[in-house]
Write a protein that binds this ligand. Structure first.
Ligand code: ASP
Length: 327
């Protein structure tokens, strides 16, 4: 009898917990939502996250607060979200680094495919090769010749191993067979400050972090890493046009929750993300920064999950061929 009562009590407790979870998913969100950006403030991932967070806040009726957790090429912030409570109140905006980290970091403390619940893709951003104003080369041809001649005397800034800027630099050095001296930062924001200040020579960084600086003449631009030229800079050649076919990177961003987050919460966040990506201000701001939001069909858990899996396979091949690891 006692055992039966205990079983019934346990059953009631489980049913109660399930009801509470369902109710909290229905009411979600009832308090501010934190979006972790695994790079410093003022960089390209931060810019994208803040733009969508503003509209998502309005849509969800709660503040969506961006928290910058930079370090270790984005793996520190991502690791923090992997172990956060899966209640929908801690999310992650990360980029292509989600797919490169499992190969670059042999002791990565999380699995991007099993420790996260994908919500949707956000945008895909081309990169640009830029340098400090006073840097000697003036054209892409000058730049490649200069790097070949000066190699380690050239300083190359990046946002840590696993960041897009590091990947792009790795492809460039590989293509030119000329290692530069790399200078890691916690994000491309502070790296750009040092390029503008002339403390470091160059970076390959997303158009979302370089467009205004190129327009203002604060940095010199040499090329864009996408297959097409940019509408904002029609005179800027593509890397392929300059004979650097291997230096092609488009940085895709995704929104994630910790694995096991209630499906109803994921659907609510997916809807808020889609609202943000269809917002006129977001679209025009993205265009000014040389990018476009993804379509509604891509801002889905399924599309992000497929993108992540296929990019893990793609980058594994490239990284293993280059033989570059972070640990
Ligand atoms: N996305 C940049 C990079 O990977 C880092 C950042 O967003 O600050 O280089």
């Amino acid at each position: 009898m006692k055992t039966l009562l205990r079983t019934l009590a346990a059953g009631a407790l489980i049913a109660g917990l399930a009801l509470t979870a369902a109710a909290s998913a229905q009411d979600y969100p009832t308090k501010p939502v934190t979006v972790v950006v695994p790079f410093s403030a003022g960089g390209p991932t931060d810019t994208v996250a803040r733009l969508i967070a503003e509209v998502m806040s309005k849509d969800l009726g709660q503040q969506v607060v961006v928290q910058n957790v930079g370090g270790a090429g984005g793996t520190l912030g991502a690791g923090q979200v992997a172990t956060a409570p899966n209640d929908g109140y801690t999310l992650l905006v990360h980029h292509i680094g989600m797919s490169t980290a499992p190969t670059l970091y042999r002791s990565l403390p999380y699995n991007p495919e099993t420790d996260f619940a994908p919500i949707g893709l956000v945008t895909a951003v081309p990169m640009t090769l830029v340098a400090r104003k006073g840097f000697e080369p003036n054209t892409l041809a000058d730049l490649t010749a200069y790097i070949k001649a000066n190699g380690e005397n050239v300083t190359y800034a990046h946002a840590g191993i696993g960041s897009a800027s590091q990947l792009c630099g790795m492809l460039l050095m590989d293509a030119l067979d000329a290692p530069m001296t790399t200078v890691p930062y916690q994000g491309a924001g502070p790296a750009m400050t040092d390029i503008i200040g002339g403390q470091v020579d160059m970076i390959c960084d997303q158009s979302t972090n370089t467009t205004s600086q190129i327009k203002a003449g604060e940095v010199k631009a040499y090329a864009v890493t996408s297959p097409e030229r940019l509408a904002n800079f029609p005179d800027l050649p593509t890397t392929a046009e300059g004979g650097l076919d291997q230096v092609q990177v488009t940085v895709w961003h995704g929104l994630y929750a910790p694995a096991g987050t209630d499906a109803a919460i994921i659907s609510r966040l997916e809807a808020a993300l889609q609202t943000a990506l269809a917002d006129a201000t977001v679209i025009s701001r993205f265009a000014e920064l040389g990018t476009t939001p993804v379509t509604a069909a891509e801002a889905t858990p399924d599309a992000l999950s497929k993108q992540l899996s296929s990019q893990i396979v793609l980058w594994r091949g490239i990284i293993e061929a280059a033989g570059v690891y972070a640990d």
